[in-house]
Ligand binder design. Structure first.
Ligand code: G1P
Length: 300
């Protein structure tokens, strides 16, 4: 049997300008959604899918990310002494099996450049890329990645990219894929014939948007080396994927299955919506928040 994927990269170096002033001195990936910082959900999703070597690409003003993923024996001891099992459980993401690695992108040269910094860490293996500002909601948190890794293996793909349908007027915010034939049903992979980053209004080849989760074979690092910067001087991951397609490598889109979706926290409107949905779904506080919102809705 082929050796399973164990390495994941979380790019978390973006400047978070759209979330200022909340992100003036705090990384957007560390903003809370419900009771946890966004990045903790991403890490827990990877751990659930047995990805336990995790490289987080950080940047300036992002040092607290390292603190959050560092063991804290003193805190654990204090919680044990207080018999606080619930809070101890919330620290499960610091399990002994996971290793966290960090590197910094010192210049804002784009997502593709950030991912290229992981080349030595990946060292010729297949890997997962999970963007640090996007959450995936699914009954089984490992569901989407497990499925994508199976597709990657079964189809011998160079890349498998999660996609989600977006309203046509929103397409300019995303990487958009062109596919062979008609739109596939949820959970079924389809070959990508082209991909474009943030197409101009009215020029999107489809409404299937790249949704922040990717599985790559090492060929992506070759493609990244050959990818030219865009107009803003940034190296786009989307352009490297386009190069893979042009090199004749098999690249697939994978639309989420029914009941699975992505939450983007890149701007305030989507951040507020995400917070509300996760607060409502919270197993400890959800029912109180539901009650509160119902009473509030009455006055709106
Ligand atoms: C990035 C990618 C884009 C993708 C998006 C999903 O854009 O470049 O292809 O659709 O993430 O969140 P960003 O949101 O960093 O501008």
């Amino acid at each position: 049997m082929e050796h399973p994927i164990t390495k994941a990269i979380i790019p978390a170096a973006g400047l978070g300008t759209r979330l200022l002033p909340a992100t003036k001195s705090q990384p957007k990936e560390m903003l809370p959604v419900g009771r946890k910082p966004i990045l903790q959900y991403v890490v827990e999703e990877l751990q659930a899918a047995s990805l336990r070597q995790i490289l987080i690409i950080t940047g300036r003003r992002k040092r607290i990310i390292e603190d959050h993923f560092d063991d804290d024996p003193q805190l654990v001891r204090a919680l044990e002494q207080a018999g606080n099992q619930a809070l101890l459980k919330d620290l499960d993401y610091l399990d002994e099996k996971s290793r966290f690695f960090f590197t910094r992108q010192s210049v804002p040269r784009g997502l593709g450049h950030a991912v290229s910094l992981a080349a030595d860490f990946v060292d010729g293996d297949d890997c997962v890329v999970a963007l640090g500002d996007s959450l995936i909601a699914a009954d089984n948190p490992a569901g989407p990645l497990n499925r994508m890794m199976a597709v990657h293996r079964n189809l011998g793909a160079a890349a498998v990219i999660a996609v989600e349908k977006v309203p046509a007027e929103e397409a300019f915010r995303y990487g958009i894929v062109s596919i062979e034939g008609s739109e596939p049903p949820p959970g079924e992979p389809v070959a990508i014939t082209d991909i474009v980053e943030k197409p101009a209004a009215g020029h999107a080849p489809s409404t299937l948007a790249v949704a922040a989760r990717y599985i790559f074979s090492p060929a992506v690092f070759e493609a990244l080396k050959r990818t030219l910067p865009d107009k803003r001087g940034e190296i786009q991951l989307t352009d490297a994927i386009r190069l893979l397609i042009q090199m004749g490598r098999p690249v697939y889109a994978w639309p989420f299955s029914v009941g699975q979706r992505r939450y983007d926290v890149g701007n305030f409107e989507s951040y507020f919506r995400t917070f509300i949905d996760f607060a409502l779904a919270d197993e400890r506080y959800g029912y109180l928040i539901r009650k509160y919102i119902k009473s509030k809705a009455y006055d709106l």
